[in-house]
Design a protein around this ligand. Structure first.
Ligand SMILES: NC(=O)c1ccc[n+]([C@@H]2O[C@H](COP(=O)([O-])OP(=O)(O)OC[C@H]3O[C@@H](n4cnc5c(N)ncnc54)[C@H](OP(=O)(O)O)[C@@H]3O)[C@@H](O)[C@H]2O)c1
Length: 330
């Protein structure tokens, strides 16, 4: 089968290649899927650039991609709730390929009212968003939420999700995206190139920080007393980040002894801080499916690429200005 493969660490052009490889073999709890569409996330190109090298050393060539939608063509012996022919979506490893295998716990039936391209863009961004807000006990009606980078993959899902829960949403993006991001439901759209969101937002219940670094520290300036900061990128390696990355307990203990800027900010604002590293969960996929069925979430796709042009898609995403998501049609 044809698959996009990573052959080393470094530049995307030099380390990604379309290759002819074996169709994966499934184990008892896995299904084999004929992939119809895959989508890419920043995590996928960051792996190639070597940003996760210290956490997980890869041997090459290795398959790439995590989001997919497709049709089941083989079912593992332990599986009784999926059958051949089921149309599914979810996450796995090596989804930018003609076929991929997936553990049944990371797939769900495709909602009937969705297209393969559309549903393939939702698993990672949807599960990240749902896991994030669940971690702080959910969104309450009327909560004031700031979602950074509302025009990105995570942001476009998160705005719609927060609105479906009755929140008042502030978001940041550049002027060119302002109108369509407003149509997703954002109440206040802030042009991060011309305006300072710190002057506009105050008394915020939840900051959903998709940018990290200084954005994480600054979030504490605008949350109300007892507010919440949820970050997808670590601003510092503290005890909580170590836990999410499943760093061994002894190392986590030593990290907890280090002075932490965030710990102080949390104390001063009587706030909560959560760092999230998305872990796939079938219940979250079911929630995504229901949101799509009820027309609460509309997938936003900037461009569809063919498998042969998938390296161009990686380069496009890595520039950091994608509007919604990119799809790779297999
Ligand atoms: N921890 C986890 O489990 C997890 C899960 C998913 C994602 N993430 C991380 O979360 C981040 C966001 O992911 P994503 O998929 O949404 O990325 P993305 O789709 O690549 O985000 C691109 C968008 O970000 C906007 N943007 C860039 N700089 C901005 C700024 N300073 N202020 C406001 N908007 C800005 C861009 O708008 P303009 O074109 O207007 O600049 C663009 O539309 C990535 O770093 C990703 O790795 C982490």
């Amino acid at each position: 089968m044809k698959a996009l493969m990573q052959i080393g660490y470094g530049s995307l052009k030099e380390n990604l290649q379309i290759q002819e490889v074996e169709i994966p073999k499934i184990s008892l709890n896995e299904v084999l899927i004929k992939v119809h569409s895959a989508s890419i996330n920043p995590h996928d190109y960051k792996i190639v650039l070597g940003e996760f090298k210290k956490m997980e050393k890869l041997s090459f060539p290795t398959s790439v991609g995590s989001d997919f939608s497709g049709t089941i063509i083989e079912v593992g012996k332990n599986i009784d709730h999926f059958v051949i022919g089921d149309e599914v979506f979810g996450t796995s490893h090596g989804t930018i390929a003609e076929f991929c295998k997936a553990d049944v716990s990371t797939i769900s039936l495709k909602p009937r009212n969705s297209l393969f391209n559309d549903i393939s863009v939702l698993p990672v961004v949807g599960m990240t968003t749902i896991q994030s807000f669940n971690r702080i006990g959910g969104i309450k009606k009327g909560d004031k939420i700031l979602i950074h980078a509302g025009s990105g993959g995570v942001g476009t899902f998160a705005i719609q999700y927060a609105k479906s829960k009755g929140a008042f949403v502030y978001t940041t993006t550049s002027a060119q995206n302002s109108e369509w991001v407003k149509k997703l439901g954002a109440d206040v759209v802030i042009d991060y190139k011309k305006e300072n969101y710190l002057d506009i937002c105050s008394d915020i219940d939840i900051v959903f920080d998709t940018l990290g670094n200084q954005y994480t520290f600054d979030a504490f300036k605008i949350i109300k007393q007892g507010g919440n900061v949820i970050s997808l990128l670590p601003a510092e390696i503290n005890k909580q980040v170590a836990k999410e990355f499943r760093i061994p307990k002894l190392i986590a203990f030593f990290l907890s002894l280090k002075p932490s800027k965030i710990k102080k900010l949390v104390k001063d604002k009587n706030a909560t801080y959560e760092f999230i590293f998305m872990r796939p969960n079938q219940l979250f996929l079911l929630e995504i499916s229901n949101l799509v069925k009820n027309n609460r979430i509309k997938p936003i796709i900037e461009k569809v690429f063919e498998l042969n042009n998938s390296i161009d898609a990686f380069e496009h995403l890595a520039k950091g200005h994608t509007k919604g998501k990119l799809v790779i049609k297999i």
